[in-house]
Design a protein around this ligand. Structure first.
Ligand SMILES: NC(=O)c1ccc[n+]([C@@H]2O[C@H](COP(=O)([O-])OP(=O)(O)OC[C@H]3O[C@@H](n4cnc5c(N)ncnc54)[C@H](O)[C@@H]3O)[C@@H](O)[C@H]2O)c1
Length: 287
């Protein structure tokens, strides 16, 4: 068969407009974003970032209720910003439940005049076990939350957007552990799951770009949260190894990821698609 020449190729439809100018570049005003893992840790901090950018937020998490103090502060901030926050208990591994919750968030968002814009897939779990002893059941449990759960979240959000014929933005929280193996930690399942979602991002970016749905991963380095506190309790000496690679002389805090997440969600990032944004204080820049 003769090779296709450029003029034979179908021109894809233009799905997005140029980014807005000025403050609109990073504004999420009039947009609703669903955040999984939004009960605590990085998720609730990113919810705060969306509200600070004037977006509305719908948090989902497997926990019965979100972290009380942080939720009270987030609710107060939402009132001050003239926007809204909601919380729904939902297990991201339950495909049907995730779709139902996303559909219901989108209905309320439309009614409130801040249509559904996308999601931050932040729910994740971690486990430390030597690979030689890793039971398949445990390995599958990590993959089920960190990979299938992320896929359920992205798919449900993309189905809402395509049904409404709206563009949007999906941010998947991966990790620098999707690219490197952390010295001193035995986390094969977790690291594999974080590499998997980076490839998932590229795959769905290839499918959903035609609908104006941008998909990117945000890959944090070490952050002090409940997840890493648990690892450090199990291996107190590991903090020294982490600090040895901390080119800025510190580990991350959840607030370090607010601006990167808002950037990826915002219309200012209108040509950022299928990318990984690594935010690790330089950790992966030196060996
Ligand atoms: N803390 C770090 O150093 C670090 C580094 C890189 C990436 N990350 C990633 O950031 C994300 C958030 O991590 P964190 O440090 O805030 O941890 P965290 O444990 O504080 O928060 C994770 C949240 O996910 C929720 N969750 C777990 N399983 C769920 C399920 N089946 N359905 C719905 N929700 C579920 C938990 O209840 C929790 O609220 C994770 O994806 C994690 O892998 C964290």
């Amino acid at each position: 068969m003769a090779p296709a020449i450029i003029s034979d190729l179908e021109t894809p439809p233009a799905v997005d407009v140029a980014p807005p100018a000025g403050p609109g570049l990073f504004s999420l005003q009039g947009k609703t974003v669903a955040i999984t893992g939004g009960a605590r840790g990085l998720g609730i901090t990113l919810a705060t970032a969306v509200v600070e950018a004037r977006g509305a937020v719908a948090c989902l998490d497997i926990l019965q209720t979100p972290s009380a103090e942080e939720w009270a502060a987030l609710t107060k901030l939402a009132v001050a910003q003239g926007t809204t926050v909601s919380y729904t208990r939902c297990d991201v591994t339950d495909e049907v439940a995730v779709q139902q919750v996303m559909d219901s968030i989108a209905l309320s968002a439309e009614a409130a005049g801040a249509p559904f814009w996308g999601t931050i897939a932040c729910a994740g779990i971690q486990q430390q076990l030597p690979a030689l002893e890793y039971p398949a059941a445990d390995f599958n449990r990590i993959l089920s939350v960190n990979v299938t759960g992320v896929f359920n979240t992205c798919k449900a959000a993309a189905r809402v957007l395509t049904a409404a014929k709206r563009p949007g933005s999906i941010v998947i929280i991966s990790s620098m552990s999707g690219n490197i193996a952390n010295r001193g930690l035995s986390c094969t399942a977790y690291n594999s799951s974080k590499a998997a979602v980076q490839q998932m991002c590229r795959s769905v970016a290839q499918e959903w770009g035609q609908y104006g749905i941008r998909v990117n991963t945000l890959s944090p380095g070490y952050i002090r949260t409940a997840m890493t506190d648990q690892l450090l309790v199990e291996n107190p000496e590991v903090e020294k190894t982490w600090m040895a690679g901390a080119l800025l002389g510190r580990l991350g805090v959840p607030a370090d990821f607010k601006a990167p997440a808002v950037f990826l969600l915002s219309e200012g990032a209108s040509f950022v698609h299928g990318s990984d944004l690594r935010v690790d204080g330089g950790h992966c820049a030196s060996a």
